[in-house]
Design a binder for this molecule. Structure first.
Ligand code: GLP
Length: 239
């Protein structure tokens, strides 16, 4: 595990973007596992900036996103597909057909989960997985539970996650109650994981995830077992 303390959010975003950029420069056909939420926005901005300066070429890159809300189509501004398009994909030369996000309005969600699992295999697995973490330790939408869910699955969101994500919606009732999430096994099979944490309020859950017991009650704790984990954080306290 490599732990890097950033001086602030801009520094964190640049450092993380540097790692993603190096991955794409060294391996133009990389498969990037991407994340939504507020934490990665600065990274995407930085990568767009470097793309505009002709420093990075995304034309051969494939992406697979971690999760999507059930019931929201890709045209819905609250969907994670819409988030990825507007915050990143629309601004770079990526082939949109190589960008993958679970389909939250698939007629059969279980079949969609199975399709997404197959897809991750078909593209050869994830080379570099970008991850944020929820206040309760969730990664992707893998919520605290009695056991780790291995593969892509449908998940009922915890009340605390709904509460945390209501800031993106007009009212809390609009936050979907369920989501499709890549499973822990798929995340752990990524060849490199880049975890980013940028608020003081997440310091304790980050510490617990990295140094507490490995338990499905803190999904992020499984990351301790990954052989190539890089953590970049920007918090007042030092790990
Ligand atoms: C959501 C996403 C996660 C993300 C988490 C933290 O629930 N499903 O993938 O890591 O929120 O988001 P933020 O970066 O906005 O704190």
């Amino acid at each position: 595990m490599k732990i890097i303390k950033a001086t602030d959010y801009d520094d964190l975003s640049r450092k993380a973007a540097n790692i993603i950029s190096a991955q794409v420069i060294l391996h133009p056909r990389s498969v990037l596992g991407l994340a939504t939420g507020s934490s990665p926005i600065g990274i995407y901005k930085q990568l767009i900036d470097w793309y505009n300066k002709n420093d990075i070429d995304f034309s051969q890159v494939t992406t697979v996103n971690l999760d999507e809300y059930v019931g929201l189509s890709g045209n819905d501004p609250q969907s994670y597909r819409y988030f990825m398009d507007t915050n990143f994909f629309n601004h770079i030369n990526i082939d949109k057909s190589k960008t993958h996000v679970p389909n939250g309005v698939a007629p059969n969600i279980n079949e969609e989960c199975a399709r997404y699992n197959d897809l991750i295999q078909q593209v050869g697995g994830v080379d570099l997985q970008l991850l944020g973490i929820g206040l309760n330790g969730h990664i992707g939408f893998n919520e605290p539970d009695k056991e780790f869910e291995k593969l892509t699955h449908m998940v009922e969101l915890n009340p605390s996650t709904i509460e945390a994500n209501k800031r993106f919606f007009d009212k809390i009732e609009d936050v979907p109650k369920s989501a499709i999430s890549m499973g822990i096994k798929s995340i752990m099979q990524a060849r490199h994981i880049l975890l980013i944490v940028n608020t003081d309020e997440k310091y304790e859950i980050l510490k617990e995830s990295l140094f507490g017991p490995v338990t499905p009650h803190v999904p992020g704790s499984i990351l301790q077992l990954h052989s190539n984990l890089t953590v970049i954080y920007s918090c007042n306290k030092t790990l």
